[in-house]
Write a protein that binds this ligand. Structure first.
Ligand code: ADP
Length: 662
């Protein structure tokens, strides 16, 4: 019988292979109520039987310490810590120590908290699943929206195509009408002039009718063509500066002849403010006003037709007021539709095409303005054209031109005469972090180049491009500008010519935004590039720095292989120029060092050598470097070109890794 000190929390027992108690001390008897012949295994707290069995099993083979187990005694759970060791071939001696009750309680609390955590975890999992479901539903509806969007876009495209086809058909048909109409007009003129013999008065009258009809048809064809062009967006705005008073005088001159004889109608032009100046498309504005005045004269039998000019903020307002038959409010919209005419005695007497107002409204819109009507039947009408004093295109461009150069932004000189295209470039390039300096002519471009050093030049070669080609050739010849990359854009494929003259890039219009910004970003990376020159020959290093010192690079020099490796780690250059023959270590060693360090591994290396390398050396070098340059044939141009190539390649590579990791 084992005996034990009565105060201790410890107890001793021995169990056999089946977990039956073979011996025990009095404490075991008192605390666990276990006697020989009873099963120790049966005292495992439900659910932990296997754990206890495993413990006994292991303890038969090797001593174990500090194993915590929960046992039941008197229907209560107690937690004990056990040391155990083999005792003879099949038995295990156990030294147990029951843990104080607070400990057991905390343990229980911990267990409860663990359970709570587990419950919480389960709830989180449930919520996560719900969230995932919602997300996937969202994704589905998103897909639905995308599909709908695509459908809408397709419909819009179909509609646009239909509108284009319609405009094209109208334009073609109208053109087809023009030729025979001109023949009719010409021939009737000949006959009326009596060149081939006099006509009798009846014939003359008939011929006059033919001629008037042909003239009306011809006017209609002209209107149709204008409208088709305006709708197809083919109208080119030609804003120019003019005095409104001059414009009104010219209008008066062309409209006077339309005044009907008999003096029942007065045509009055109220003098505009004498200094009022506009900068917009004068001829389109004139077309709108002529149309309105001629309508007013057509539909006014007596009284006045008055043209007045007013300004409000940045707009100029022209009003054509008449005391004619007026228009009922329900026709206000109809008259602006194509062929929309109002029925009535006078309306059917005066001839018209029903195209004048729709065209006028479209033109007013193209000028950035609006055309509206107010009228009362029997009293007269007022047509109002309100247009910006300065056309938006002009304003935006002059804002762009007047903008000061931002010293923090690299500039791109855009040589392009079309305003719209300039704005497109402006949008693209601002996104890429560049400031656009617009030059609308070669002369402007040359003037700007005297004042700034752009990061790149975007040169649009116009159709008659001789002067643009000459400009490109001059840029590349002049030492002050020949390093500025020039991106040539044309509408026709002239890549060979562009490259021959030194263009760095050649693109066909329309330029793809992504490509343009990618290209310019690469150039920008080049701007701040650091170039490390590793060469232990002072003269060679001096020569190389002279080649590169006025270029866009920051130069770092190292006079030995070891110094070069250190400088590469410290400054992380964007390109390394490495001399093949060094005193302290071979170029291969330097390369091995650089390529084994993740910090310096991605830096492109250009090897410079005056030696004739054998094929094996070459192959080995080219595996780790960009290119091998020979010192003999080295020039500034070649060095810069090679550095650029290496930088671009590295940039493309880094873009790719960014894409992959994002
Ligand atoms: P057209 O005058 O060639 O018929 P428009 O598009 O210029 O075509 O005008 C459409 C219609 O609007 C005219 O046929 C006429 O019914 C009405 N209209 C236009 N101007 C006036 C006016 N000043 N007074 C009354 N009716 C007018």
């Amino acid at each position: 019988m084992i005996s034990w000190d009565g105060e201790s929390r410890e107890f001793v027992l021995v169990v056999d292979a089946r977990g039956t108690v073979t011996d025990r001390d009095p404490r075991t008897a008192a605390k666990l109520k276990l006697s020989p012949g009873e099963s120790f295994l049966a005292r495992a707290v439900p659910g932990t039987e296997q754990k206890l069995a495993n413990f006994l099993e292991r303890a038969r083979k090797q001593p174990l310490t500090n194993v915590e187990l929960s046992l039941t005694a008197d229907g209560k759970a107690i937690t004990c810590s056990f040391h155990a060791k083999p005792d003879g071939p099949d038995r295990v001696a156990l030294l147990g120590s029951w843990l104080p009750e607070e400990y057991s309680r905390s343990l229980q609390q911990v267990q409860e908290s663990m359970e709570e955590v587990a419950n919480l975890n389960r709830r989180v999992v449930v919520q996560k699943t719900a969230l995932e479901k919602t997300l996937s539903e969202l994704e589905d509806s998103n897909k639905g929206i995308t599909v709908l969007h695509q459908e809408l876009e397709d419909k819009a495209e179909v509609l646009q195509r239909t509108a284009e086809v319609r405009s094209r058909v109208v334009a073609n048909v109208s053109h087809e009408f023009r030729t025979p109409l001109h023949s009719i007009l010409g021939l009737s003129r000949l006959m009326l002039d009596g060149i081939d013999g006099e006509l009798n008065s009846e014939q003359r009258k008939q011929l006059q009718f033919i001629r008037t009809s042909a003239e009306e048809l011809s006017a209609m064809v002209d209107d149709l063509l204008d409208l088709a062009a305006a709708e197809a967006g083919k109208v080119v705005m030609r804003p120019e500066k003019f005095l409104v008073s001059d414009f009104v005088s010219a209008l008066r001159g062309t409209l006077r002849p339309l005044l009907p004889a008999g003096g029942a109608v007065d045509l009055v032009f109220v003098d505009p403010p004498p200094e009022l100046q506009m900068e917009t498309d004068q001829s389109k504005l004139g077309q709108v006003l002529r149309n309105l005045v001629s309508n007013a004269l057509k539909f006014t039998e007596r009284g006045t037709v008055e043209v007045s000019v007013d300004t409000r903020r940045d707009d100029v307002i022209f009003k054509v007021r008449d005391t004619g038959i007026g228009i009922a409010a329900e026709h206000f919209e109809r008259i602006f539709e194509e062929f929309g005419q109002v029925d009535g005695a006078i309306q059917s007497r005066v001839k018209g095409t029903g195209l004048g107002l729709p065209l006028s409204r479209r033109l007013a819109e193209l000028l950035g303005g609006v055309l509206t009507v107010e009228s009362e039947v029997g009293k007269g009408s007022v047509f109002t054209v309100r247009v910006p004093r300065v056309h938006a295109e002009v304003r935006e461009l002059s804002d762009l031109e007047a903008r000061p150069l931002d010293p923090n932004l690299p500039q791109v000189l855009v040589v392009e005469d079309d305003r719209k295209t300039i704005f497109i470039y402006e949008k693209y390039l601002a996104n890429a972090g560049f400031q656009v300096v617009p030059a609308r002519s070669i002369a402007d471009a040359e003037r700007f180049l005297g004042q700034m050093q752009p990061a790149a030049i975007l040169l649009d070669i116009m159709l008659d491009g001789e002067s643009s080609w000459n400009f490109l050739a001059r840029l590349k010849r002049d030492p002050a500008t020949h390093d500025i990359p020039v991106l040539v854009v044309t509408v026709t494929n002239k890549e060979q010519k562009a490259r021959a003259l030194g263009a760095d890039e050649f693109w066909l219009k329309p330029v793809d935004q992504d490509r343009l910004t990618r290209k310019l970003r690469a150039l920008r990376a080049e701007e701040d590039a650091r170039v490390l020159i590793i060469d232990d020959d002072d003269r060679a290093r001096y020569l190389m720095t002279r080649f590169l010192e006025n270029g866009p690079y920051e130069l770092i020099e190292a006079g030995s292989g070891a110094a070069g490796i250190e400088a590469a780690r410290e400054h992380r250059p964007n390109v390394i120029l490495l001399d093949f023959v060094l005193q302290d270590m071979t170029a291969f060693d330097v390369l091995d060092e650089l390529k084994s360090d993740p910090l310096t591994r991605p830096i492109p290396v250009i090897v410079v050598t005056s030696l004739d390398l054998d094929q094996q050396e070459r192959d080995r070098l080219l595996q780790q470097t960009e290119v091998i340059l020979s010192k003999e044939s080295l020039s500034r141009e070649i060095a810069i070109r090679r550095i650029r190539d290496a930088l671009r390649k590295a940039d493309v590579g880094s873009n790719r890794t960014n894409l992959l990791s994002s």
